[in-house]
Design a protein around this ligand. Structure first.
Ligand code: MN
Ligand code: MN
Length: 435
């Protein structure tokens, strides 16, 4: 079943690199080839990977490329703790990894959880070492400690925003009661790491190691109606989009595109985020190389495209009912959510989708009896957030957010309804064949 495959996917793919690697394997098995390979006019299934953290795939259609594409775009980065470049320190015989959090987290949620380390270490000789510690049953896990309630009398009076500081999110990785000398213990820990993993002190400078919750995603609830897992924002949409994209690899009427990006959680910045030239560079490769067309075709292709920002939104939570407008909230299990706009305050930093486009999407979903909802993140002025939508919209393309409703979004273990995976997969599939 699709949701079983999804659980296996999020249990294994906990970093953007792991997701892109997974997607690459799936595309390879469906006959997709790298876009920059020796040019072959007969080929029509292509992909391109950027820095191992973003990916664009194309399924060329019958219509000219200047006609535009139907694009599914999701992000594959999730909130987490990154380890610092000089991560190791020790204190009173306890060894720690120093971290710097990534994306919007509620810091207290990361205390006293089993944690795993996923990522890469790049060596001077050009070798890239993959690291995954804390997922196999025989693996050790790691943890950030918390103060015992008996001594927290003063601490509990602090504001939530102050009571765990970013700098104190230190992950415990070892304990040697006799090693009271900090310098000596640090040297010893580094020796252990070198012996066991062939990673040296300075290799951490060129590493990208992420601290994530350890262990697999699970079905949740007596009725197994839900899924509890890490990084469901936005891998539930990325997975549904991938499956919709590869469901049918025959030549479509209009070119289809799967776009998986990084850095959404910190503002879509950097070379692998959507606010870069990633998309137009890949499309230019296609337009110039495959179609031997010009800059005008490239512009037209982007401008005439339809895109879904396949991103999650907040599910109504009755415990925090005062944060939601019931009539404009989304609920678990009621299908993918159309968010006409995101942003904050007076719709700042929103792409407010064109109603003509909303009508088009609504029409196709209703004609196929696919459940969907229309909602906002929360009450006006309760807060807010953005997605990739505004960066896609700058090309002039039709843009709207449509993704899965998530409870306790951005927490280490997020909740979705299992059925929403199937509904969203169906919705994305129908979107791809829009004409
Ligand atoms: Mn997201
Ligand atoms: Mn997010």
């Amino acid at each position: 079943m699709l949701q079983d495959d999804y659980i296996a996917f999020i249990s294994k793919c906990k970093t953007e690199r792991e997701c892109i690697e997974f997607v690459k394997r799936e595309l390879d098995s469906c006959g997709y080839v790298p876009l920059t390979d020796k040019h072959d006019k007969n080929k029509r299934l292509f992909y391109m990977i950027k820095m191992n953290k973003a990916l664009i795939a194309f399924k060329l259609g019958k219509q000219p490329i200047s006609h535009g594409m139907n694009i599914l775009c999701a992000h594959v980065d999730s909130p987490r703790l990154d380890i610092k470049q000089n991560p190791i320190f020790t204190n009173t015989g306890v060894a720690y990894l120093n971290t710097h959090y990534y994306g919007g987290i509620r810091k207290y949620q990361w205390l006293t959880l089993p944690l795993a380390i996923h990522g890469v270490v790049c060596k001077k000789n050009g070798e890239t070492k993959s690291v995954v510690i804390g997922e196999k049953e025989s693996d050790p896990v790691f943890c950030i400690s918390d103060l015992l309630p008996h001594l927290a009398k003063e601490q509990v009076t602090k504001k939530v925003s102050e009571f765990v500081e970013g700098e104190s999110l230190d992950v415990i990785i070892g304990n040697e009661p006799d090693m009271k000398d900090n310098k000596k213990y640090k040297e010893k820990i580094l020796e252990v790491i070198k012996d066991k993993y062939q990673i040296e002190d300075k290799d951490f400078y060129s590493s990208e190691l992420e601290i994530v919750p350890a262990g697999p995603a699970r079905y949740m609830g007596l009725d197994k109606s839900m899924i509890l897992g890490y990084g469901q924002d936005d891998r539930c949409c990325a997975f549904s989009a991938l499956k919709a994209f590869v469901a049918d690899n025959d030549t479509p009427e209009i070119t289809q595109c799967l776009l998986l990006v990084d850095k959404e959680e910190i503002g879509s910045v950097g070379a692998t985020g959507l606010n870069s030239h990633l998309l137009e560079n890949a499309v230019s490769e296609l337009v110039y190389n495959h179609y031997s067309e010009n800059e005008y075709s490239l512009r037209k292709c982007l401008e005439n495209s339809n895109i879904l920002s396949c991103d999650v939104t907040s599910a109504y939570d009755s415990k925090y009912s005062d944060r939601f407008d019931m009539d404009n909230a989304s609920f678990l299990g009621q299908g993918p959510v159309l968010s006409k706009f995101t942003g904050y305050g007076g719709k700042y930093e929103a792409n407010d989708a064109n109603p003509e486009y909303v009508a088009k999407i609504r029409s196709v979903l209703e004609s196929k009896n696919i459940p969907y909802q229309v909602a906002e993140l929360g009450k006006v002025d309760a807060g807010g957030g953005g997605t990739i939508a505004l960066y896609a919209a700058k090309y002039g393309m039709n843009t709207i957010d449509m993704g899965i409703s998530v409870m306790s979004m951005h927490s280490p273990w997020e909740i979705i309804n299992a059925k929403d995976i199937e509904y969203t997969f169906q919705a994305y599939k129908e979107f791809l064949s829009l004409v």
